[in-house]
Every structure is written in structure tokens, then in C-alpha cells.
Design a binder for this molecule. Structure first.
Ligand code: 13P
Length: 245
């Protein structure tokens, strides 16, 4: 299977940029591929899926968040997994460290989000990652294991699961862990899933300061099944150069 390359635009972009970038991605052999995933701000997914259909493009779309409430109801401002499914959303980012930090997302709300996502047959991209002080205290293995344990409480059945390791100290900093550091954590994630969720088909990603310069080294590590790219996904030239790894 080809590696999964996900562009996380975060709170960036405009309708004009989407029209522009998606037409480039539809034409490039490196990006017009279901393994290339564009995680756009949720508000833009409708227009993105219309553009995608019009261009007959094959890349996939992802949402960046979902409500912890299911289906429909009196939850002002919320967007449910059911609504996102209707927009052609194939993947959904859950538990990004920025949301855990700035929006105070708790394990209980993340668990509801994962269940709601799976119930709509959307594949969750569950993010884990330790802050700098935990890495420096060498407590990161316990910390990450603890973050993974939430998966043991998921009620919905699932076959496919994507887990992204994004050390907080590597996000937007230009600091990238060594290949050994990445491999160590990805092996830990795979061993955890094999032990506790043996039925699940798992895809494990690395994210944090991935760029055209380091993508090839990271993506060629045997444990790495793909990357989650932030800043370098905002310019088509940069993102395409990552996809050519
Ligand atoms: P950067 O690639 O900008 O470091 O962001 C990584 C990230 O948070 C992707 O989800």
C-alpha cells in the first residue's frame, strides 16, 4: 500500500486557495491519489468535495474535528460526524495536541468523537504526542501509552485505524526527532495495537516539521506508514515535493 500523506491546513486557507490548490493536486500524478489526504477547515469541505467531483480527482478529504455529540440535536455551533460524512469526508483528525491544549479536549470527549466517527464509517486519525518536558524526563513511553489506552474504551467496532505520533516539541518548530526516536515510538504504537486490538488494521504516521527536505528520510523508515504535514502543506510546491518522496 502506498504511504498516507496528509495535509493538515489547520485554520488556514480561503475558497480561492482551495480552488487553486485542488486544481493543481488533481493534475499531479503525485497527488491525484487516494493516499493523499487534504484535511481542510471543516467549513470548506463542501466546496472542496464539489471541486473534487467536478475535476474527477482521486485525492481524499479529511475533517479536522468533529462534535462529541452524535447525529443531530440542540448543540449550537456543533458539526456532527453524520454531517461530515455527507460531505465525502473519508478521514477525521481527532485529538490533535493543539485542540487538547487550546480547547481543553478531555479523554471522554475524544472517546465520544472516535465512536461517532467510526459509526459513520469514517476513519479516525487519532493523534498522540508528548510535550518537551516529558520527553526530557524520559517519561514519554508511559505518557504515550496512557494516551493510547483511550482506544481500549472505544465501543464501536472498527477494522481500520490511523494513529499519528506528533511530538509537541516538533510541531511548527523545525525540530525533527531522529529516525531512531521516530521508529522507537512507532514500534511501541504497533506493539500496543497488536497486543490489545489485534483485529485492527493499523496505519501509523509521523507528524511534526515534515518538509520537502526531510520527508524522504522519514517516509523511508520501515515503521512509518505516512506523514501528517502542517506548515509545509500550505504551498502546493512544498506539498508536492513531500509527495514525491
Ligand atoms: P507542522 O508540520 O507545521 O510542524 O505541523 C504538524 C502538525 O501539527 C500536523 O498535524
Amino acid at each position: 500500500m502506498s504511504k498516507l500523506i496528509i495535509a493538515n491546513w489547520k485554520m488556514n486557507g480561503s475558497i480561492e486557495q482551495i480552488e487553486h490548490d485542488l486544481s493543481i493536486y488533481a493534475k499531479s500524478i503525485y497527488t491525484n491519489n487516494p493516499s493523499v489526504v487534504l484535511a481542510l477547515p471543516n467549513i470548506y469541505l463542501y466546496i472542496a468535495s464539489q471541486i473534487k467531483n467536478k475535476l474527477g480527482a482521486k485525492f481524499s478529504l479529511a475533517a479536522q474535528d468533529v462534535s462529541e455529540f452524535a447525529n443531530y440535536g440542540a448543540y449550537t455551533g456543533e458539526v456532527s460526524a453524520t454531517m461530515l460524512k455527507g460531505l465525502g469526508t473519508k478521514y477525521l483528525i481527532i485529538g490533535h495536541s493543539e485542540r487538547r491544549t487550546y480547547l481543553n479536549e478531555t479523554d471522554d470527549s475524544l472517546l465520544n468523537k472516535i465512536d461517532n466517527t467510526l459509526n459513520e464509517k469514517i476513519t479516525p486519525i487519532f493523534c498522540i504526542g508528548e510535550p518537551k518536558d516529558i520527553r526530557e524526563n524520559a517519561k514519554y513511553i508511559d505518557f504515550l501509552q496512557n494516551q493510547l489506552e483511550i482506544l481500549l474504551k472505544v465501543k464501536s467496532s472498527f477494522d481500520n485505524l490511523v494513529i499519528a505520533y506528533e511530538p509537541i516539541w516538533a510541531i511548527g518548530t523545525g525540530v525533527v526527532p531522529t529516525s531512531e526516536q521516530i521508529s522507537e515510538v512507532l514500534k511501541l504504537i504497533k506493539a500496543f495495537v497488536q497486543n490489545y486490538l489485534p483485529h485492527a488494521k493499523i496505519t501509523v504516521l509521523y507528524g511534526g516539521s515534515v518538509s520537502g527536505v526531510n520527508a524522504s528520510e522519514i517516509l523511508n523508515l520501515p515503521e512509518v506508514n505516512g506523514v501528517l504535514v502542517g506548515g509545509a502543506s500550505l504551498k502546493p510546491d512544498n506539498f508536492i515535493s513531500i509527495c514525491t518522496y
